[in-house]
Design a protein around this ligand. Sequence first.
Ligand code: SF4
Ligand code: SF4
Length: 369
Amino acid sequence: MQTKKDFPYEIDENSYHRFEQKYNVLYRRLWDKSLPTYGKIFELNIDNHINSGEDGYSQIDFALVAAGWTVYEKFPFAFSWHREESIDIGYGVDWMKEKYPVRDLKTFTEKTKKAAEFYGASLVGIADVDKRWIYKTGFVRPALTSEADSKERIRKGDASNSILESPINLPEGINKVIVMAIEMDQIAISTAPAQPASAAAAVAYSKMAFAIACLGEFIRNLGYQAIQCGNDTALSIPLAIDAGLGALGRNGLLLTPEYGPRVRICKVFTDMPLIADNLNLIFIKKVENFCKTCYKCADACENDAITKDKDPSFKPVTISNNPSVKKYYVDVEKCFEFWIENSGDCGSCIAACPFSKIKRFSSSSEFWK
Ligand code: SF4
Ligand code: SF4
């Protein structure tokens, strides 16, 4: 195997291919009949959980989670690649077509980051676009169709799998990506795998949809292109690492110095002139060493989805992994089996990670106080 040491990644360049998003386990359950979770949704076990009387699984807990997803799932503009020209909110559109003349790149980059934070980002970084992280094919929603509507069309058979297999080609000129991390509530995450932790993820996704929609329009108002993305279009974690936001942990998640893995990631691609951030090399090295002897996430995982191998490897464990990169591979099939059983996200490997800085673990009842 010929690998290229391309710190912070070790990649087998001979076999690396851009990932096809349909292999993401969340989408595989829509088409892959070999999966035990094929066709299954969280609703399956909800009545059993509610009737069990278990703390953190009451109707009020599930109400909190499902409502938390509202903006992400139901807001059709969230993931737009273009302005909706026919809708003028009263500010006109002609002045927005002029490219803002950037005279001081450093100040302009700082103002763009300020805007991202203003719209809700907890952390912001900028990277040059590395095409290896752009999906080869992926889930492209029809214009102005919400996430929920798009998935429902596939489930009902009204849309073919082609919606999942659309070639991903960024428009000409797009060369930067603004990556935003949204912090998830510390107390809610500490209840993992109970439903308040799931609610923390849900509301972070809705905040992502809000932040990318506003930042996308901010960029278009300055005359540049903006591609608003959640988990779609490209792999968020390597982009976030490239943007200096953190490092990859044993749990397969982005670890940030500020919040550990207690974040969700979204991004906006653009052709706007910006200065890219540097990798956080000190933190990457720290995490690399730390994960070799810390197994807290693996110990916390109820389905043994996280490896206890000392060192990272090139051995993927499922077709839902993106192979040819040296890392700790997570068995996301096992992980998702637990999610279905749990009727929601889990988050135990986030709560357990020392970088999440959770000093006290709360029960769900304590969360509600
Ligand atoms: S989310 Fe839960 S099931 Fe999935 S890897 Fe983390 S601890 Fe395991
Ligand atoms: S819990 Fe420990 S091993 Fe797991 S990602 Fe966090 S630091 Fe790494």
